[in-house]
Design a protein around this ligand. Structure first.
Ligand SMILES: Cc1cc2nc3c(=O)[nH]c(=O)nc-3n(C[C@H](O)[C@H](O)[C@H](O)COP(=O)(O)OP(=O)(O)OC[C@H]3O[C@@H](n4cnc5c(N)ncnc54)[C@H](O)[C@@H]3O)c2cc1C
Length: 403
């Protein structure tokens, strides 16, 4: 049994990435003793290049980031999306969504992942959250009224005790693998290639989603005629495509994407990411809870992974901060689990269905998706529903009640 005076923290968050860091910031408004254990300093993450990927933030995420006082620092580098254009290469169906027709300021925003991580980690250093970095979780043991963690800090083993352990440690979560969580996993056999392109067209506020026989191509707008590419294709093909020269790569992309943005020119490094769907059956069990990619890792086709994770973070903060009996309350995490189930299942299913429907050259599916895009374009109710999902507004937003 962990005695009260032996408890170091009320909440320990493993993973100080975009989702774990956001949870820590939300909790920093409370009296709770909070620590974040993060394996990599921000400078090390920045050097990896993966942070260059563009994140399409939903309107809902903007509202959450505002509540966390992060939006002011992000707005300068956030490109608003006024329109979304969805089409299927070589077929008739297409649909367009606009912020005006949905009565919102923007359908979403595009920000570099590294920029969000930077602002989150800077903000963390100025709040009363203990940031233990670089440090790694090695293992943990659940006790009757707490969790004992073994961590590695500066090559030394250190033990910590907490009431609630949060796994925000990404797709390869150690908190998940060392606990008793049932994981559903499906590898799509696809990789995404990301890159930065300068485009000829001046139209800077349109995001494009173009479905091709190999997989979807997303083009997300940045300032100064720049667009971020997320190009999904079978893994075997991606091994060849990543090796092409810049000219060959751009010519191939232009052939698949077309001239919606005029001539394309590659200006940034390419990166390759394996794509899979994984999610836990229950995200909370006996004092341990998973959020963000640790709980659900999605295909980036609909740009929902971080948006969903951010909603996890705010909902969990809300449950932990408003409990009458404190974080030791029995069944507290079950409340969180119940609250988040619908949104998580909806977004996971929505993203998986899009991948299956649109990464396929089967004639019947092609007809179905093109009729679907036509119906979507003509029926305002369906269009609104689709827009709500892509904006991350399909379910009620959790609001921070303390602050
Ligand atoms: C190509 C691509 C495009 C994407 N586009 C979008 C988009 O447009 N919109 C969107 O919403 N989402 C998008 N996503 C998804 C989004 O990037 C993820 O959902 C998001 O990064 C998940 O954040 P996280 O904090 O849960 O996990 P991570 O970002 O993986 O952070 C986990 C953190 O935990 C730390 N860690 C790991 N193990 C340990 C350990 N044992 N001890 C201590 N620390 C540890 C890591 O160092 C890291 O900092 C995209 C993803 C990809 C690959």
């Amino acid at each position: 049994m962990v005695k009260k005076d032996q408890i170091d923290y009320d909440v320990v968050i493993v993973g100080g990435g975009m989702v774990g860091g956001s949870l820590a910031l939300a909790l920093s408004r409370s009296e709770l003793r909070v620590a974040v254990i993060e394996a990599k300093p921000f400078s090390e993450k920045q050097a990896e290049g993966a942070g260059k990927r563009a994140i399409a933030l939903s309107w809902g995420s903007r509202c959450i980031l505002q509540q966390l006082n992060l939006w002011g620092a992000l707005i300068e580098s956030a490109m608003p999306i006024e329109h979304i254009h969805v089409s299927d290469k070589g077929h008739f169906g297409k649909t367009r969504l606009s912020a005006k027709s949905q009565s919102v300021g923007a359908l979403g925003y595009v920000v570099e992942a590294a920029q969000i991580e930077k602002i989150v980690s800077e903000e963390l250093t100025t709040n009363h959250v203990e940031n233990i970095c670089p440090a790694k979780l090695i293992g943990y043991q659940r006790k009757h009224d707490g969790v004992e963690l073994t961590t590695q800090v500066d090559d030394k083993e250190k033990r910590l005790r907490c009431r609630i352990l949060v796994g925000a440690d990404g797709g390869m979560s150690q908190v998940r693998s060392k606990g008793s969580f049932d994981l559903f996993e499906h590898a799509y056999g696809q990789h995404a290639i990301t890159g930065l392109l300068r485009v000829e067209s001046e139209a800077q506020d349109i995001a494009y989603e173009r479905f091709t026989a190999d997989g979807p191509i997303a083009m997300l707008p940045h300032f100064d005629n720049l667009y971020s590419l997320v190009w999904t294709m079978p893994s075997s093909l991606s091994e060849d495509v990543i090796k092409l020269s810049d000219e060959e790569f751009t010519a191939r992309l232009q052939g698949k994407f077309g001239y919606w943005l005029g001539e394309l020119k590659l200006v940034g490094n390419r990166q390759r990411f394996p794509l899979s769907l994984s999610h836990v059956k229950e995200s909370a069990s006996d004092r341990v809870v998973l959020i963000g990619n640790a709980a659900h890792q999605l295909h980036p086709v609909a740009g929902q992974g971080f948006n969903l994770g951010l909603r996890d973070a705010v909902a969990l903060a809300d449950v932990l901060m408003t409990s009458q009996e404190g974080v030791g309350e029995e069944g507290l995490l079950q409340k969180y689990n119940e609250q988040r189930k619908t949104d998580q299942a909806l977004i996971t299913g929505f993203t998986d269905n899009i991948v299956k429907l649109f990464s396929n050259d089967n004639a019947a599916l092609s007809l179905l998706r093109n009729s679907g895009l036509l119906v979507l374009d003509k029926v305002p109710m369906f269009k609104k529903q689709f827009a709500l999902q892509t904006m991350g507004l399909g379910t009620r937003l959790a609001r921070l009640k303390v602050g």
